[in-house]
Design a protein around this ligand. Sequence first.
Ligand code: SF4
Length: 342
Amino acid sequence: MHWYNINLRFYSSFFYHSKLLKEENILHISFVDSSRLFMTIPCLKCKKPAIVFIRYSGAHLCKAHFIEYVERRVKKDIKKQGRTNDETTFAIALSGGKDSTVTLHLMHQIFSSHPHVTLHAITVDEGIKGYRDSSLPIAQKNCKNLGIEHHIISFREAVGVTMDEIALHHDELGECSYCGVFRRFCLNKKTKELGVDKLVMGHNLDDMAQSILMNFTNGDMQKLARLGPHSKIQPGLVPRLLPLRLIPEKEVMLYGLVKGIEFHNAECPYSLRALRGSFRDIIDALEENTPGTRHSIMNSYESIKDLLLTQYPPVTLNVCPSCGEPTSQKFCKTCLLKKRIL
Ligand code: SF4
């Protein structure tokens, strides 16, 4: 892995940043005074040099106002998604990547001084050599620095097989089908052990728009209706909170960089086979032509979510006779998938 320091003149388009950041793992970033080097565009709010242009709103923002812009939307949306009660235990699903690490820092910033809130972080180790083993130390370091208790649960210990071993089967289902089901199983198991009220996920606006479009295109209305955040509690399942669901991926990346947050910036070796990639390309192209498309997809979903839940209410869950986890079928998906390969 290649780490290096970079002085980045941040006023430019997001596209420049995303291209650059994809290519390298950037550990630190420091600002140079861009006014000495370029003609600057002033911040919409304070006239200091802008570091970023938000295309969908037409706003140029300086570092301080960009940070405030992200944090304000996250706090407002957490309130909208609803806290369970005053005594709340949150667990952040922490991979060490940018989304979950930024979520960890925001949750700490918002709730660490709250006397009745407890924060935990859970990392699922899928057993992907060269990928998860390099993000784990970063996740651990962030938790240590913030004083958040960190828990690790591995596929090996919880399911009995690693993702690298699953990949050797070349199953037509693809690696991500296994990984998604087993990861949910691990998170559900660990959150229940810890007595967690809400599981906090790092899904950003791009992820949400992709999931909505994918489920809609696949005609999977049940799944579409069940997308988080969850306001109703189903026995055996921990409801989810999604603090970044309205923040575009590139803003999450930029927020992490300007706040000096260390995160893991690499792609899973199995992600190439993921169907999600096609939907990402479609949504990126739509957003490029019509800025604000991701927000429109999200808003449309929000406005029909109650209708969807009326039409497709949560099914009564059974208990899997093999592992005891909740399931809508006789056996849970984890046990069915395990049977295919073990
Ligand atoms: Fe798992 Fe697929 Fe994500 Fe890799 S890309 S971590 S295999 S879900």
